[in-house]
Design a protein around this ligand. Structure first.
Ligand SMILES: C[S@@+](CC[C@H](N)C(=O)[O-])C[C@H]1O[C@@H](n2cnc3c(N)ncnc32)[C@H](O)[C@@H]1O
Length: 280
């Protein structure tokens, strides 16, 4: 194993095209640290725990949903690096490192996998070094950049990824942090446009139409207590992200229903839609 690559990006070149990026502030809850708390991690502060617990009080399923989402990520990457033969991953909305990070799953199936991580949160940047330990045959980079600025991401990712060959674009549990004003459908279309046929999109998103009252209350509490504002979307709205792509079976489903490998995995209930699709 070796330390892969360098930290690319930098806050100046990676400013959002709209809206603010979170500053490092331990007094305000951040999505990455709330999620870390739900996953049982230790990289969170009192404000994050307060927001995370407030959401759990409104909807106890959010913590099991986070775990189900994480398992979906691992199954999707395992499929892509294994059966689908993908060796390049653009993982936007990396989060704080935990078990089964994208490069670990991908490189255990295909050691030569090249992975570019992207996140806009300074706390994730601080932890990025932990993500850069690549298998010798592969390569990993980290970009401190904003999803709402896809041109910067694509430009900097091209130092590591060959965009003439298939790439898996991973947008796992991030798009609900992009409001309609920032045109998330246009952002996803731009990313898909940059990759050749045979590429994939793996995506998950908090649902507005699963346990709708509870999830709406949990989201309202998070929106009040955290830096980010969350926009829930229903099944049809999440399916729209895959326009023009060929959805793999079983389509857009609750994340725990996407090819669970054990009964236990299938039982971790979530209020999240997820799917994997191929560019024709
Ligand atoms: C809930 S975590 C998901 C982590 C991982 N993808 C997973 O599903 O386990 C969402 C991550 O997206 C990041 N994020 C949210 N909005 C973003 C944006 N506009 N640009 C880049 N990263 C963003 C947050 O900082 C956070 O680390």
């Amino acid at each position: 194993m070796r330390e892969g690559a360098h930290l690319a990006g930098g806050s100046d070149g990676a400013r959002a095209s709209g809206g603010e990026r979170p500053a490092f502030d331990t007094k305000v809850a951040h999505q990455a640290r709330i999620y870390d708390y739900w996953l049982g991690g230790k990289d969170n502060y009192a404000a994050d725990r307060k927001a995370a617990e407030a959401a759990i009080a409104a909807y106890p399923g959010v913590a099991t949903g986070a775990r189900a989402n994480r398992q979906f990520l691992a199954r999707a990457v395992r499929h892509l690096a294994g059966e689908a033969g993908i060796q390049q991953f653009l993982d936007i909305g990396t989060g704080i490192p935990t078990a089964n990070n994208t490069h670990e799953v991908a490189q255990s199936a295909a050691p030569e996998s090249r992975v570019v991580y992207v996140d806009y949160d300074p706390i994730v940047l601080i932890h990025a070094r932990a993500l850069l330990a690549s298998h010798d045959d592969g390569h990993i980079d980290y970009l401190d950049a904003d999803l709402r600025d896809p041109e910067t991401i694509l430009g900097q990712a091209s130092r590591t990824l060959d965009f003439s060959r298939p790439v898996a674009i991973m947008l796992i549990a991030i798009l609900h942090a992009v409001g309609d004003d920032d045109d998330p459908y246009q952002i996803v279309a731009r990313l898909i446009d940059a990759v050749p046929p045979g590429s994939y999109l793996a995506l998950s998103h908090v649902a507005s139409d699963i346990d709708p009252e509870k999830i709406a209350e949990a989201t309202a509490r998070l929106n009040q207590l955290s830096h980010q504002h969350f926009t829930l979307r229903d099944h049809a709205e999440v399916t729209r992200f895959f326009t023009g792509l060929e959805l793999l079976e079983p389509g857009v489903v609750r994340v725990e229903e996407w090819r669970p490998v054990s009964e236990l995995e299938g039982r971790n209930r979530s209020a999240m839609w997820g799917a994997v699709a191929r560019k024709r």
